[in-house]
Ligand binder design. Structure first.
Ligand SMILES: Cc1ncc(COP(=O)(O)O)c(C=O)c1O
Ligand SMILES: C[C@@H](O)[C@H](N)C(=O)O
Length: 358
């Protein structure tokens, strides 16, 4: 019988802390559509300052944050956005930029480190001479950290370089910064420096920072004004949203400092898993809180079966493919949980059940 549960599916699974719940209960609120909910205003002001941008806007999800940002930048019919072929916007957001926004995606190959080759980005920019037949490139999107390559960190230098290209070609730069705080902590730089070249950033507070709900878009005053209107169009205008913003504010205050521990736990766990016969982990590529674990070729074990066996031991992970599983660390996973997880893996891999194993 499972007596302990360690949820490693994602950093989106965290539960609000007691401090967050208390802040939610005590939140000063008002109608954020008719005016400004005071707590939303306070959070937006704080996030704009952290990101070094003029303004900010609270939205319900990272998906809506990216969708609004792309649609504001690409508000003319026939617009095209250059983005990673392995990016969240391209893979996990139901093609919203096209189906809702009519924006044409121009995918460029993501490298294993989450970047796109600079030359490939430049080659993907449409030649204005071909405007009769081509879509018009208006935006470049980066993702930092990059989820589908294992939480890889894009450097300040790379981001600045892409920003220079965008500026040179009259384009805008958006960063899907769902885990931008993880990237900043891993690099040891302020978020404001890391996103300096970006015209907009979508920052999830509901991932590693542990807020129950919410993302904040940051950018110029004029960008945020357009984003606010589009948020209403998409049904994202919320009334007494301060209840949610209060928890998000606590998350920013209390949990940024815990991200480094998540990264250390990830590294320790990755190293331990790599030592287990039958598993492969590219430990060097574990830069933040995400680990991909590959089942060695020829093994009779499948990712599906391993996930099931692990769950019988109380360890919950996400299947990435038939031979790959994903683990994501967050502030509610302790070092002791990590050691417990490691202790369960060998038995789960060997198919030893909890009853027999204990
Ligand atoms: C890189 C990245 N961007 C955007 C999102 C979307 O955030 P949400 O789930 O809040 O829509 C996620 C995950 O959920 C993500 O991992
Ligand atoms: C799967 C994806 O949508 C989610 N952002 C996660 O990383 O868990």
């Amino acid at each position: 019988m499972v007596t302990r549960r360690v949820d490693l599916r994602s950093d989106t699974v965290t539960k609000p802390t007691e401090t967050m719940r208390a802040a939610m209960a005590a939140a000063e609120v008002d109608d954020d559509v008719l005016g400004n909910d005071p707590t939303a205003f306070r959070l937006e002001k704080e996030m704009a300052a952290i990101a070094g941008k003029e303004a900010a806007l609270f939205v319900p999800s990272g998906t809506m944050g990216n969708l609004i940002s792309v649609l504001v930048h690409c508000d003319i019919r026939g617009s095209e956005v250059i983005l990673g072929d392995n990016s969240h916007i391209h893979i996990y957001e139901n093609g919203g930029i096209a189906t809702i926004g009519g924006v044409h995606p121009r995918p460029v190959k993501n490298n294993p480190d989450g970047t796109m080759d600079i030359d490939s980005i430049v080659s993907a920019i449409r030649d204005p001479k071909g405007e009769l037949v081509y879509p018009t490139t208006r935006l470049i999107c980066l993702e930092n950290t990059h989820g589908n390559t294992g939480g890889r960190v894009l450097s300040v230098e790379y981001t600045d370089k892409v920003g220079e290209i965008a500026k040179k070609h009259g384009l805008k730069l958006h960063i899907d910064g769902a885990r931008i705080f993880n990237a900043a902590v891993a690099l040891g730089v302020p978020v404001s420096r890391l996103v300096q070249a970006a015209d907009s950033v979508s920052v999830c507070l509901s991932k590693g920072l542990g807020a129950p709900v919410g993302t904040v878009i940051v950018g110029s005053e004029s960008f945020i004004k357009k984003a606010r209107r589009l948020r209403k169009t998409l049904g994202g205008g919320m009334r007494q949203v301060g209840v949610l913003c209060a928890a998000a504010f606590v998350a920013v205050q209390e949990n940024v400092g815990k991200l480094e521990a998540d990264h250390k736990n990830a590294k320790f766990l990755a190293d331990g898993l790599h030592k287990i016969k039958g598993l492969f982990v590219d430990v060097a590529s574990v830069e933040t809180n995400i680990i991909f674990i590959d089942i060695e070729e020829g093994s009779k074990m499948t990712a599906e079966k391993l996930c099931k066996n692990l769950e019988e031991h109380g360890i919950v992970v996400m299947k990435e493919s038939s031979s790959r599983i994903r683990i994501v660390l967050h502030h509610q996973i302790s070092y002791d949980d990590v050691k417990f997880t490691l202790s369960c893996f060998q038995n789960a891999l060997n198919g030893v059940s909890v009853e027999n194993g204990n």
